[in-house]
Ligand binder design. Structure first.
Ligand code: NAD
Length: 295
């Protein structure tokens, strides 16, 4: 196992992070960086998402501090929001966390590589799309790497790092330095559809949804059994709600199309729930109901 070890956090002084996409993960990664003193430029095409993101980031910062998982004091990094990519010109690293669609990510990554200084690590937070497939769309493929932060990033200290076939040494070093500043431990894996975590977790969640679809058990019963008998931290269907069912379905399609694995074909129940707008926590309803709607 190759790990990117973090030591004591070196402060955010050397870093200026750009985060693309102000959804579930963009908000979470931004929260983590700001709390570590790293300034962030957060970009989304949707201005309303940026407004929601500011409120959500303040809430997450408070929650993370209360839970004792982020430094209790120290300066919070400055947050700048923008709807256009040229705002990221001065970034020392860019984390792309836009919707899980290959062509969209290709366009965003190509656009951002035209704006940043050569040598700036371009980091995709894709759940499933092979990094080398995305590298085909950027002019300097050695600068592209995957980091699969888990949700919520301020709570989960380990990050899956995906080294593509063309990822360069300088990019590896840049990401090591960034994870160090974020207080995160990277576990480096090779490139493949879904890497390790989504390849294992997403078909398993699909199976859990099929059990509910078949009427064998309720979502509550599936999660209770998986938690209490098999040691799953939150239960697969509560995890699905946290991920976002729309994102989960996108990721399952990526897996299915690239591996041919029928177990990764999203089941009818998941497809119906996405069609109905029941996307999980972020929409207020998924396998469970939520009072507080998250962006
Ligand atoms: P999300 O749907 O919550 O947010 C995506 C955001 O991207 C939206 O705010 C949307 O407006 C924005 N966007 C779309 N096109 C854009 C563009 N051209 N430029 C800038 N912003 C744009 O999605 P998410 O759950 O935050 O997932 C983001 C990425 O992270 C995906 O690749 C996903 O697979 C991955 N991921 C998600 C999770 C999770 O638990 N949700 C975990 C790990 C990785």
């Amino acid at each position: 196992m190759t790990t990117v070890e973090n030591s004591a956090h070196d402060g955010g002084a050397a870093h200026r992070l750009a985060v693309l996409g102000a959804g579930v993960m963009g908000v979470g990664i931004t929260t983590l960086a700001l709390a570590r003193g790293i300034p962030v430029i957060l970009v989304d095409v949707d201005g309303a998402k940026l407004d929601e993101a500011r409120a959500r980031i303040s809430q997450e910062l408070r929650m993370a501090r209360l839970m004792g998982v982020l430094p209790p004091d120290g300066a919070v990094g400055e947050l700048v929001t923008a709807t256009a990519l040229d705002a990221v010109a001065g970034a020392t690293a860019v984390i792309e966390a836009v919707t899980e669609a290959r062509d969209l990510k290709a366009e965003v990554l190509a656009g951002v590589s035209a704006v940043v200084r050569p040598g700036t690590p371009l980091v995709s937070n894709t759940s499933s799309i092979p990094i080398d497939e995305l590298a085909g769309f950027v002019p300097r493929p050695a600068e592209l790497i995957g980091t699969h932060f888990m949700n919520p990033p301020y709570l989960i200290r380990t990050v899956e790092v995906i080294r593509g076939a063309r990822t360069g040494e300088a990019t590896m070093a840049g990401v090591r330095s960034l994870l160090d500043a974020l207080g995160r431990k990277g576990v480096v894996v090779r490139d493949a559809p879904g890497f390790v975590t989504s390849r294992l977790l997403h078909p398993m969640i699909n199976d859990a949804a099929k059990v509910v679809q078949a009427g064998t058990a309720t979502a509550e019963a599936v999660d209770a059994l998986m938690q209490d008998c098999l040691g799953h931290a939150t239960g697969p269907l509560r995890t699905a709600d946290l991920i976002g069912l729309d994102n989960l379905v996108d990721s399952l399609w990526v897996l299915h199309e690239r591996t041919g694995d029928e177990g990764a074909r999203p089941c009818d129940l998941l497809l119906e729930m996405v069609r109905a707008g029941d996307h999980g926590r972020k929409s207020g309803r998924g396998f469970y109901e939520y009072e507080e709607v998250r962006p």
